[in-house]
Design a protein around this ligand. Structure first.
Ligand SMILES: *Cc1c(COP(=O)(O)O)cnc(C)c1O
Length: 222
């Protein structure tokens, strides 16, 4: 069993020489363990529940980047709008418009990633490419001033089949490349491909991930 700090250092070592960054997924873990991760150099924390994130945020230093990685209901955006850095789970225009409204209230800019459905499982949520393009072509999208779409996110199938995982990561990378070329060619800030978790992040890095989301490989099983 490695310590939290050892695990973080080992992963950071694997990221050296790539442009990818580590999102430390802290859901279900108490604040004390987040503080240990912070002391070990972690600065991007991912939580999947609004209530848990808002409870932990005041207990950590202000330079933590908080990423919401779980499904977000529009009526809960207001609770995280004062501090959240990136919402990785944007899956509708309605949600984008609410993030815009709440971010404007605080005169902030919030980053968003379009979440795509890449898994071979019905239960996982996310957009299809046509749905994403419908959002990007809409007038409402063009009028957003406080949300900045900075890339894409996906959750692969829960499987050990490496060919399948590679295929799914490649599909997400392909969506990113296409959207980048068609809608964000001149926007440097559209650059993130969030994919890869504890069990598959080396594969995801091989397919061009820029944000790996790692929990259990750092903190142990939840
Ligand atoms: C929990 C979670 C992770 C981290 O999973 P681990 O297998 O513990 O690394 C990554 N992404 C999302 C969206 C999650 O909900």
């Amino acid at each position: 069993m490695h310590s939290i700090a050892d695990s973080i250092h080992r992963i950071q070592e694997q990221l050296r020489g790539t442009s990818a960054r580590l999102v430390v997924v802290t859901k279900t873990h108490p604040v004390e363990r987040l503080q240990v991760a912070y002391a070990a150099g972690a600065r991007i924390f991912g939580e999947n529940r609004v209530q848990e994130m808002t409870a932990k945020q005041p207990e950590l230093p202000a330079d933590v980047e908080w990423h919401l990685i779980g499904h977000l209901q529009t009526n809960k955006v207001k609770y995280i709008a004062p501090f959240v850095h990136t919402i990785q789970s944007i899956d509708s225009l309605k949600l984008l418009l609410e993030v815009e409204r709440q971010a404007a209230k605080y005169n902030r800019e919030i980053a968003g990633l379009l979440q795509f459905h890449i898994a071979d499982e019905e239960t996982k949520t996310g957009l299809t490419l046509p749905e994403a393009e419908e959002i990007l072509r809409s007038e409402e999208f063009r009028n957003l001033r406080h949300v900045r779409l900075s890339g894409v996110m996906g959750i692969a199938t829960f499987t050990t089949d490496e060919d399948q995982l590679r295929r799914e990561f490649r599909m997400l990378r392909g969506y990113f490349d296409k959207l980048k070329a068609l809608y964000f060619a001149h926007e440097e800030s559209f650059r993130e491909v969030s994919m890869g978790m504890s069990s598959d992040y080396p594969l995801a890095l091989g397919e061009g991930s820029t944000l790996i989301r790692v929990g259990s490989a750092i903190f142990g099983a939840r």
